[in-house]
Design a protein around this ligand. Sequence first.
Ligand code: AMP
Ligand code: MG
Length: 324
Amino acid sequence: MARHIDILEHPQTAIEVAAATLAEGLPIGLPTETVYGLAADATNPAAITRIYETKGRPRFNPLICHMSDLAMAERYAIFDPISRKLAEAFWPGPLTLVLPLRPDSGIHPLATAGLDTVGIRVPQGFAGDLIRAFDRPLAAPSANTSGKISATSADHVDDDLGERITLILDAGASVVGVESTIVKVEDGEMRLLRPGGLAASEIERVAGKALKRKKKASAAIEAPGMMASHYAPGAAVRLDATEVSENETLIRFGKPDIVGSENAIAVLDLSASGDLSEAAANLFDFMKRADATGAATIAFSHIPDEGLGEAINDRLRRAAAPRE
Ligand code: AMP
Ligand code: MG
């Protein structure tokens, strides 16, 4: 069973116990503003191997390396002017930059799946403080079994991985609720590798240029590990529902008119007021709750594709994708 430490009640103990656990090469459940991470020392191959094994994650799927600040990130990666500008504007925050790795950076190739680039993010709050104290980058994917719904609370982490890890830090529900936006700058062009908790329009505003998006048809494998089926609940998932049947649970956004709602197993409101940030924060928890209703299918009403809706719809398309 994993030990839980509440970081608000016991911040100092949390840092000390977490740093000692990481130094042993063990992964920990770590709250960040996006989702809960399964974090381990990015310079220690045994520690990184434990991340892949704990999650059942394919090793060709690189991990995001978390840093305490831009100065630390510059020790590991080479920044072009646009990436630096984005880092200065949005770090700490839900933005991951894919950057050329410095030779002999010390980040183990297992963390980057052998690529000559590294995905770097500076998380807000406690996670950043822990990295500063530990003084090494933390590789951290979401703290859930690979392919399943991401964890946005310490209880989600415990339910899924509690038997396989020794420590879970608890900071309550993740504020943003979806993973980071991933951007790669190449030849002065910005490419959106994954929509996420920072709206694309914000990035474009700061950079003063457009983000290039991948074509929908090739959405599955643009970046290593961007599998088509992901975020999969036990139930099937159906999008843009306008009607619902009695063996389905309905998840609504705004106040849509859905035929047959009164017969659904349950009806959950991601955001009754139509607030996309609120919907993102609720998304994964509501998918788990809908799954727990025993519905054969979870039906989602339409969610607009603007702002954080782009990240929400990306996750939902993959939750609805055919499963292998
Ligand atoms: P997650 O699956 O949420 O842990 O996010 C990690 C994702 O970041 C991976 O699935 C990759 O798509 C992306 N990523 C991480 N590092 C790199 C990299 N060096 N190059 C391209 N994509 C990367
Ligand atoms: Mg994940």
